[in-house]
Design a protein around this ligand. Sequence first.
Ligand code: ADP
Length: 324
Amino acid sequence: MIRVEGLTKRYARTVAVDNISFEVEKGQIVGFLGPNGAGKTTTMRVLTCFMPPTAGSARVAGFDIMQQPLEVKKRIGYLPETPPLYPEMEVIEYLNFVGRLKGVSKAALKARIDEVIERCAIGDVRTKLISKLSRGYRQRVGLAQAIIHNPDVLILDEPTAGLDPKQINETRKLIKNLAGSHTIILSTHILPEVEQTCQQVVIIHRGRLVATDSVDSLTHRLRGSETVAVEVASSNGDLDPARIQERLEQVDGVTRVMFRETKASRHRFEVESAQGRSVRSDVARSVVQAGWDLYELHASSLSLEEIFLQLTATDQPETGATAQ
Ligand code: ADP
């Protein structure tokens, strides 16, 4: 649905986006993640044909952003960081206006407005002046204008910025419900947002692509090997953790066993395995065969935050704290 190839955008001497390429499948929600100044907004502006790239190309819904910008614009809904609202208009009046502007036919417009009002849950403010709306409602009206012409692709720039926690939750739910019928790129610098809302993540840092993958496989790839959390106890509660450690170290494929804590006579360990090895079933068998009770066994994965720090850690001279 979206294919970006070697995209570069320079502003005078600043290279805001530097030769990035990625693809987004139909119906997916992709998190476009990076710290402030990474180049997210610039990429979105290029994809929405708001400004041309310096080099490279992109296709949206089968159309080239340079050759067929009108076709691209018809198929894109864009919610910039600050929604393009007219405060002196009522919600319904505004949606009518935007719908006409985006080429929705008069005959279809009423049904479209009813649909977006329902999807964005703004029925109770339909006749209110936009200037009187809370930030959360304004954001939803912004989302309603972005989908009024039923675009294939939705591009949302920091859609939860400035909202309170309840509004953030509601907006994320709403976005999730829009996936499937729309392909969505959502830019954010908030890591949990990507974990909660998106299937795929594109990470950029200083204009460069750092990683693009599914959230799950990115975690796995970075870690390379698996870390498993194990909790073990004996029925009479007098088991020495050193015995468990020794036994776990003998399991085939295990490279390291770390004792974490003992709580309520249950001993907790983390077990690391060799690259590409999954040792969970062997660890389970070994514990049970020793006659011990296995209370918990699961693969512990890196949080997106840790992944992000790992990916961008090699390139951070600005802190400068230890320069000599
Ligand atoms: P993000 O959305 O990830 O915060 P931006 O795309 O807004 O990042 O910015 C990327 C880089 O480009 C930053 O260094 C920013 O200062 C610079 N930049 C953005 N817009 C302009 C502009 N209109 N003129 C000059 N530099 C700009």
